[in-house]
Structures are given as structure tokens and as C-alpha cells.
Design a protein around this ligand. Structure first.
Ligand code: HOZ
Length: 429
């Protein structure tokens, strides 16, 4: 069956034909590609068409597809059993491996998805502080837990509105949504409601509005405000964790803000190496609130799954090798610089940015600082670029609002082929 036939068939039995909305290509139009297999930096669809993959399963595949050491670890773990519902040594090893790279956390709880980790982090923050209110930022996505599917209210004094049907207004009444990188709003929120705020949750580099960095003074000030008011600072590193640096985005901010640490960190994607695995972690003291030690409940049948932990551990072992992030970061920068140059040569307004193996680009002339500015960039041009690249065998994220990912398996030839394709497409825009 070809992609169109598979999509038609899928729509009969799966809503929209997909198990996660962005895969349906609604933002860019056209027929989603049904992927048959992947190896290294490439994927092949049901029609045998090859693509250079810059999604990498939306972040996890930092080593590329089918890395031999990871594959071997997964196959060997699978032979020993898929799931036990009982503790294993490998979970301990993975927890130790995560903690070893992230000085802000002393303990982690392993779960199965970023949504679960984010939701549990919020519950933990509320349980530990005894407070209800949480602050998030417009354009940051923290999974699809009810309390986090919120858009900004009409003013700072008003709490947000649900962004999904099925989420009662009462459920989001404790969620305050502020503008990303807006210092005045966060100051005002703490000045008026500081004693009630359990936590501030942020994507330190937002990967769900393409690629937008939280500015250093913004992060620094949130840290100070949380400390002054007894609120917890939650870094959602589901995308950035072990992706932008071995120490994750918090290590990048710690370079600019000496001693900087968030209180709670949320991980997913890379730590599972492509298997369903995520985690949240913090100090031993805050973690004491979690069941079975404390009153904050959290559990999961597949949490710490033996095959997923094998995949995660093998991945962490590879990415911990000296020089890994230097090479990955250089390759990603080479891609973004090449795209920027090609766009400039074609006279097209274009800006890009990257950190480690994560990147983004916009059809506009200045890097956006918040969601509204991202929304004002040239979406039609992005969509034409996306399809032009796809037709030439380059698979970018099928929406302007998503970050891109480079893997260690991308070769210089892959980057060169991508830039050749981009030059050809820019000429048509
Ligand atoms: N959460 C991803 C978008 N930021 C989509 C994941 C997927 O469709 O696989």
C-alpha cells in the first residue's frame, strides 16, 4: 500500500489516522508519510522513498536509528523478559546515570512518558509546598495533563482558559499563563500572588514553539522570585534533556548564572533512546513527599520497564563519551548556518538557532522571544519550504511550531545534501 492508501485506511480505525495529532500533517497539508523502517540518519516510507530525518522521533534518536550498541542492549533485555512489575538493577543504574550528569537532582522516579513526568512533577510541587497555583508560559508545552492544557486569560489577574475540550474550567483555575521572556508579568504575578504559587514550570529552550530560548535574565529572575516566595522552579527538559548538552539545558544556564539549579527537572525522549521512558527528579528532601515515603501518589505498571531502561542506559553510555556533544553541536550549527546562508543568497528573510543537537528556524528577520512573535512569522513560506524539502528527501518537522533534531548519525554528506535541497527550494519560494 502507498502512503495515501495507508492514510485512508488508518482514518477508518484511528481518529485522524494518527496516534498523535501533529503526525497528520494538518499544519502543512498533504499526505503523511507512513514510515516502514529507519537506519542511521535516514527513514524510508511505505513507498520506499528515503528521507534524511530531522525529527528523530521528536528528539529521542540522538544516536540515529538502529545504533548497534543500543540495538544489542534492547534485544538482550527483551530476551530476559518484557516487563516484571517489580524492581530491577537496571532501573537503579539508569537513575544513577541520570543523576551523575545533573547536579540539581539527587533522586529520580522513572515513568513512561513526558506527559506523565510533567504531570507528576506538578503534583509533587503542589504536595511539597502545600500550595495550588502554578505558573506556565504561553507556547511552552508540558504534555497533555488537564491542568497544563491552558492558554492565557484576558489579563494577568485572570487564570487561563482550557485549550482542549474535556478540560473543565475549574481544573485550570489554578494555572496562570504568562508570556515567555516577559519579566514584568512574572514580577507582577509574584508580587500579587507569591504566597500561593507552588511552582513555575518552563521549557528552558522552548521546543514546542519551534526553538525559542528563555533569556538568561528571565531565568535568573524566576530563580530569585521562587526563592523569595518559597515556590519551586520546574525545568521541563523533556526535549532539552541530554539533547542540548550532557548536563541538559540547566548546565547551559549554569554557565551564565553561576550556581544556577532548578528545583525539579523533568526528562523524557533521549533518556529512553526511543523507548517509552521519562523521569522527574529533584532533591532527596523534596522526593520524600512521594509515595511510598510520603503522601503524594504516583505509580505505573510499565514504569522503569526493563527493555526501555536497557535502551536508555545504552544511549546514555554512548552520549557520555568524550567529544560527543562538541561534534553534535558543530554539525547542528553547520546545518543552521548553511540554511541561513542559502536563504540570504536567495533574498529570503530567515533566522535560525541551535544548541547541541536541537535547532529551529523561522521565516522572519529576528529570532522570536515569545509565542505571539512566533505566530507572526511566515507560516505559508514555512509550509512551502517543508513540502519542497520533503519532495527532495528531507524530512523536517511538519509544523512551524516544532523544533528539529540532528543526530550523531548525520554525516557531512547528509548535511551537504540537505543544504543542496534547501538551495533548490529557496529558489522557488
Ligand atoms: N509531542 C510532539 C510534538 N511536540 C509530538 C510527538 C509525536 O507525534 O510523536
Amino acid at each position: 500500500m502507498n502512503n495515501a492508501q495507508l492514510f485512508e485506511r488508518a482514518q477508518q480505525v484511528i481518529p485522524g489516522g494518527v496516534n498523535s495529532p501533529v503526525r497528520a500533517f494538518r499544519a502543512v497539508g498533504g499526505t503523511p508519510r507512513f514510515i516502514a523502517r529507519a537506519q542511521g540518519a535516514c527513514m524510508w516510507d511505505a513507498e520506499g522513498q528515503k528521507y534524511i530525518d530531522y525529527i528523530g522521533s521528536w528528539g529521542p534518536m540522538i544516536l540515529g536509528h538502529g545504533h548497534p550498541a543500543v540495538l544489542e542492549a534492547v534485544l538482550s533485555a527483551a530476551r530476559e523478559g518484557f516487563s516484571y512489575g517489580a524492581p530491577t538493577e537496571r532501573e537503579v543504574e539508569l537513575a544513577e546515570a541520570i543523576i551523575a550528569q545533573v547536579p540539581s537532582i539527587e533522586q529520580v522516579r522513572l515513568v513512561s512518558s513526558g506527559t506523565e513526568a510533567g504531570m507528576s512533577a506538578i503534583r509533587l510541587a503542589r504536595g511539597a509546598t502545600g500550595r495550588s497555583k502554578i505558573i506556565k508560559f504561553e507556547g511552552c508545552y508540558h504534555g497533555h495533563a488537564d491542568a497544563l492544557l491552558v492558554k492565557a486569560g484576558s489579563g494577568l489577574a485572570t487564570f487561563g482558559h482550557p485549550t482542549s475540550a474535556g478540560v473543565p474550567a475549574e481544573v485550570v483555575q489554578h494555572t496562570l499563563v504568562l508570556e515567555y521572556n516577559n519579566l514584568e508579568q512574572i514580577e507582577e504575578a509574584f508580587r500579587t500572588q507569591g504566597a500561593e504559587i507552588a511552582c513555575v514550570m518552563i521549557e528552558p529552550i522552548a521546543g514546542n514553539m519551534n526553538f525559542v530560548r528563555a533569556q538568561v535574565p528571565f531565568v535568573k529572575r524566576i530563580r530569585e522570585l521562587c526563592d523569595q516566595h518559597g515556590a519551586l522552579f520546574v525545568f521541563d527538559e523533556v526535549m532539552t534533556g541530554f539533547r542540548v548538552a550532557l548536563g541538559s539545558a540547566q548546565s547551559v544556564f549554569a554557565k551564565a548564572i553561576p550556581g544556577f539549579k532548578p528545583d525539579i527537572s523533568v526528562f523524557g525522549k533521549v533518556i529512553g533512546g526511543g523507548m517509552p521512558l521519562a523521569a522527574f527528579g529533584t532533591t532527596r528532601q523534596i522526593m520524600q513527599n512521594l509515595a511510598p515515603l510520603g503522601p503524594v501518589y504516583q505509580a505505573g505498571t510499565l514504569s522503569g520497564n526493563p527493555v526501555a531502561t536497557a535502551c536508555g542506559l545504552a544511549t546514555l553510555k554512548e552520549i557520555s563519551k568524550p567529544g560527543f556533544y562538541e561534534a553534535l553541536g558543530a554539525k547542528t550549527q553547520q546545518l543552521v548556518a548553511g540554511l541561513t546562508l542559502a536563504a540570504r543568497d536567495a533574498g529570503i528573510p530567515f533566522v535560525g538557532d541551535s544548541e547541541g543537537g536541537m535547532f529551529g528556524f523561522f521565516f522572519t528577520s529576528e529570532l522570536p522571544q515569545n509565542y505571539n512573535v512566533v505566530m507572526a512569522t511566515d507560516k505559508e513560506r514555512f509550509n512551502r519550504f517543508f513540502h519542497g524539502m520533503l519532495d527532495r528527501g528531507v524530512y523536517l518537522a511538519p509544523a512551524l511550531y516544532e523544533a528539529g533534531f540532528v543526530s550523531a548519525a548525520h554525516t557531512d554528506a547528509d548535511i551537504a545534501a540537505t543544504l543542496d535541497a534547501a538551495r533548490a527550494v529557496f529558489a522557488t519560494l
